[in-house]
Design a protein around this ligand. Sequence first.
Ligand code: DHB
Length: 388
Amino acid sequence: MQKRQLLRALAAALALPALGSVHAADPIKIGLILPMTGQQASTGRQIDAAVKLYMAQNNPVIAGRKVEVIVKDDASTPDQTRRLAQELVVNDKVVALAGFGITPSAMATAPIATQSKTPMVVMAAATSAITEASPFVVRTSFTLPQAAVAIAEWANKNGIKKVVSLVSDYGPGIDAEKYFADRITLNGGQVVDKLRTPLRAPDFAPVLQKVRDASPQALFVFLPSGQGAAFMKQFAERGLDKAGIKLIGTGDITDDDQLNDMGDVALGVVTAHHYAAAHKSPVNQKFVEAFKKANNGMRPNFMAVGGYDGIRVIVEGLKASKGEGGEKLLAAMKGQIFESPRGQMLIDGQTRDVVHDMYVRKVERVGGELQNVEFDAIKAMKDPGKSK
Ligand code: DHB
């Protein structure tokens, strides 16, 4: 009896290293929370496709372990985002959280990142304050103050003095409204009316009537990805394009996901943003071709690039941390600098926010397709929301 017990104990002890090595071969998990359904579904579709492309191209194995991405649909409902994040951390033991289609989803999750010391890579949401909501947030999308300041400067230089602004009434829209107005007035321009539409099910008719009545030289617009096409349609239907009101905005309104179907109303619209599918570089050309090939010809937009760069930052971070999450992974993500399809990009070591070129672009027909054609840029732009 005793002998058998001893043998059992021996067997158990011998099994331990074997068990340990099985454990070491467990995949390293990353939790990707995206709006795959609902109003923001195009954001989820683009980011999911980009992350899958990166994983297929790189097939990362780190310290002998595969990297696995677990995708969860939050339908852009912040309560869901937070609940899914909690499950991914507690049950799946993910080393990083990623995704976050809208600002409220990112904000709802930030306390979980802090409490569990899990790095959280924001690939879509773009309100300046998100990176300050947790020391574990890293951003690979962009910030609205970056885009709004860049287009305001272009407007100033191009004789646009009287403007009406129209934004989606939540975090990124409020940033866009404020930073656009502050910059354009600093240089002698004027925002004569500031209009807002709700994030959910916006109705552009009443605000467009107000724009017409104010008859500004230009209308500055921020709307979240996916709302641009419906807005353009109504802008044209109400004859605002023919009334000589110039449309300018952040690049979210000439989103490459929808741009090619917007029609002539989009021609000549000037926007500022960090990414255009038409960006001229070998790295981007390769990215666009591979993305289209893998996705039935779908054109990547700025959300896709936020996802592609975000998964890269995590995987490169994991290589440096030898597969460990927490503070080690966070440290390995700070200061990463590389050539993205958007151009050169840096994760600022202090702010954990993205530093990149903010391009000024104009919609043109190129080879039968509508494209955001870049013609100017503010180089290596930090988030103006933080340079206080
Ligand atoms: C946000 C969402 C968007 O779709 C976008 O284009 C920009 C910002 C956001 O919620 O932060």
